[in-house]
Design a protein around this ligand. Structure first.
Ligand code: NDP
Length: 283
């Protein structure tokens, strides 16, 4: 074997529980092969009680970083050396990056979403309605607010978490937020520019209907769904039938991964390779 052959891999991965349904490893592996990058992304099932030990392993094995998914997005924070701006605001980390021997927590979920919507419209001064107040809604709303959205309406089943997110947006970002309770079918107020389903509703195999009165949608609205599987959710199909422009959840998934790779490697990779890999998996 030639001495020029490099057998050393740069390790990164995903810590979560469960991870079997998370397709990130496939899109990462495909794009690393495409660019001939010597990175190995390993999906690892880490139960909540093992996170600290797993993180010690990360440091011992010199990982360049890793994604964090449920249930670790908040639990990882006290173990880290620092946080990026949006992770600090959201209080959640989905991407850890080694920089000069320190492990810093970032959040690429909201950035991934805003990048995919910016391909279609300028977020500045828009009124954005978000259904849900969990991790995805939190990441998206904060990042949309930091990107210049002026009004954010949070609609959630549980009032406490909805109001908590509204308070966070009002206290920590330049946007103005209001909470609307989700009771029965929600009627979207006129003047809404962007509607986002950031609940779990519609994630395969769930066939529950997103509780929005379809008559309140109109063709001036952009409607998006965070659900990556199936990419064309029933909600998006219904919105398209009402004349809305739609954006699927694959854009967010691909972009958050692309931003993570940029953090880990400094390289801009080809997002179309990642998207094609996911489309093939979900076909
Ligand atoms: P969380 O558990 O943190 O939050 C779930 C949210 O959905 C809560 O607001 C919850 O309301 C609401 N919800 C769930 N079921 C219902 C229902 N039947 N009726 C009304 N509201 C409901 O989850 P996440 O925010 O982390 O994830 C949400 C979805 O986002 C997941 O399906 C995930 O796949 C997707 N996601 C996609 C990403 C992408 O890159 N495309 C990235 C991250 C997440 P309540 O507070 O009342 O319980």
């Amino acid at each position: 074997m030639s001495e020029r052959v490099n057998c050393k891999s740069i390790l990164i991965g995903n810590f979560g529980d469960p991870v079997w349904e998370n397709p990130t490893e496939f899109m990462m592996t495909a794009v690393f092969e495409h660019h001939d990058m010597k990175y190995r992304y390993i999906s690892t099932e880490v139960p909540a009680e093992s996170l600290k030990a797993a993180f010690e392993g990360v440091k011992a094995m010199n990982y360049k970083g890793f994604n964090c998914t449920l249930p670790h997005k908040q639990a990882i924070i006290p173990l880290l050396d620092g946080l990026g701006e949006s992770a600090e605001l959201m209080g959640a980390v989905n991407c850890v990056v080694e920089r000069d021997g320190k492990y810093i927590g970032e959040n690429t979920d909201g950035k991934g979403y805003t990048e995919s919507i910016k391909e279609i419209t300028d977020v500045k001064d828009k009124t954005v309605l978000i259904l849900g107040a969990g991790g995805a809604a939190r990441a998206i709303s904060v990042e949309m607010a930091l990107s210049g959205a002026s009004e954010i309406i949070i609609v959630n089943r549980t009032a406490e978490s909805g109001q908590e997110l509204v308070d966070l947006i009002n206290d920590k970002t330049p946007a103005h937020a209001t909470f609307h309770p989700l009771e029965g079918e929600y009627f979207i107020p006129g003047g809404t520019d962007i509607v986002i389903n950031a609940t779990n509703i519609g994630l395969y195999p769930d066939t529950t209907k997103v509780p929005i009165d379809l008559k309140s949608l109109n063709s001036d609205m952009i409607v998006s769904d965070v659900i990556p599987n199936p990419p064309q959710t029933q909600f998006l199909k219904d919105a398209k039938a009402e004349g809305c422009t739609t954006i699927d959840g694959l854009g967010m998934l691909v972009n958050q991964g692309r931003i993570a790779i940029k953090y880990w490697s400094g390289k801009d990779v080809d997002a179309s390779v990642m998207r094609k890999t996911l489309e093939d998996i979900f076909a």
